[in-house]
Design a protein around this ligand. Structure first.
Ligand SMILES: Cc1cc2nc3c(=O)[nH]c(=O)nc-3n(C[C@H](O)[C@H](O)[C@H](O)COP(=O)(O)OP(=O)(O)OC[C@H]3O[C@@H](n4cnc5c(N)ncnc54)[C@H](O)[C@@H]3O)c2cc1C
Length: 287
């Protein structure tokens, strides 16, 4: 089995902080000491029973409690299909509300990851409903590969929402998303400029040096200060670049996943970079 293979385990450990919250907290402490903030992702998605969705909710309540008690520089990121969106939207909203309520009570923040395009409308609608009650405690993710994203950003920024912008990690048809990487990249740069001009604190999530340089140039030209936004990257990806940004005084938050349900997350990381897949296959067949 691929999941029992040492090469797979080793590579999973590159992207996933551990099986348990304790291990994730250890990773967050280490990042905080190096001047980086974190967002904890208790791995899981597409659950098929209310019990699983409630267990995911409880894991997040525990993570928020630990972040608060231990004074960690961290917030949480979650997926709505992990809280039951595929089962019953009301169940999902109840679970999300308890998490956001708890985060809000301790000055925390909940980032709602964006999944495939079939979920975009429902995800934004739920985030908006929760923002109405807890405007400072929850924010959405927008994916630059979707044609609709410029309009979504304009509306969300007008509502005062803090957004994480990423390129997008799901396989989407060309009816909804730019099929060519160069168009996604061009849109990403355009959208970062919309975000940076909005005067709201956003997260710019990318490991792409071309995107990062475009942001730095735009900040220089428009006198945007280092504390006006944060860069965000994934745990285990481009640690060299992470260190450079922090050493130049830019804010950086790392997405730190933990837990046993790592498979879909791991597969997206492999799909993003064919070299990861070749590395894994080479090591599996070397044994
Ligand atoms: C903090 C954060 C949160 C995210 N949240 C979401 C979300 O909610 N929804 C969503 O759809 N997507 C999310 N993503 C994933 C994102 O959409 C992209 O798939 C991913 O970040 C790769 O795009 P890139 O901007 O790094 O650029 P790319 O052009 O894909 O990569 C640029 C460079 O980064 C490095 N790199 C990128 N990916 C990898 C990898 N897997 N392994 C090794 N090196 C790599 C390589 O050096 C590559 O040349 C998130 C990403 C980040 C950083």
């Amino acid at each position: 089995m691929v999941t029992e293979c040492a090469a797979t385990r080793q590579m999973v450990r590159r992207f996933v902080a551990g099986d348990t919250l304790d291990q994730a907290v250890e990773a967050v402490r280490h990042l905080n000491r190096r001047g980086m903030a974190a967002t904890l992702d208790c791995l899981g998605e597409a659950v098929t029973s209310a019990g699983e969705a409630e267990r995911a909710r409880d894991s997040y309540l525990e993570a928020i409690e630990v972040i608060w008690r231990q004074g960690l520089g961290a917030n949480v990121s979650l997926k709505l299909t992990q809280l039951g969106l595929d089962i019953d939207e009301r169940l999902c909203e109840r679970n999300l509300r308890s998490i956001v309520e708890r985060a809000s009570a301790s000055g925390g923040f909940v980032r709602v990851d964006m999944e495939g395009a079939a979920y975009t409308d429902r995800t934004l609608a739920l985030v908006r409903r929760l923002r109405a009650a807890y405007p400072r405690s929850i924010g959405p993710v927008i994916q630059a590969y979707l044609y609709r994203s410029r309009d979504d950003i304009a509306q969300l920024a007008a509502e005062g929402a803090g957004i994480r912008l990423c390129k997008g990690a799901y396989r989407e048809p060309k009816t909804v998303a730019f099929p060519k990487k160069r168009d996604v990249d061009a849109n990403y740069v355009r959208l970062t400029q919309d975000l940076l001009k909005s005067g709201i604190y956003h997260g710019i999530a990318t490991h792409d040096p071309v995107m990062i340089n475009a942001v730095l140039d735009f900040c220089r030209q428009n006198k945007i200060s280092r504390d006006a936004f944060e860069f965000q990257m994934l745990y285990g990806i481009r640690p060299d670049l992470q260190q450079i940004l922090v050493s130049h005084g830019w804010r950086l938050r790392l997405y730190v996943p933990y837990g046993r349900a790592w498979f879909p997350y791991f597969m997206r990381r492999l799909a993003e970079r064919p070299a990861n897949l070749w590395f894994l296959l080479k090591n599996i067949f070397r044994r």
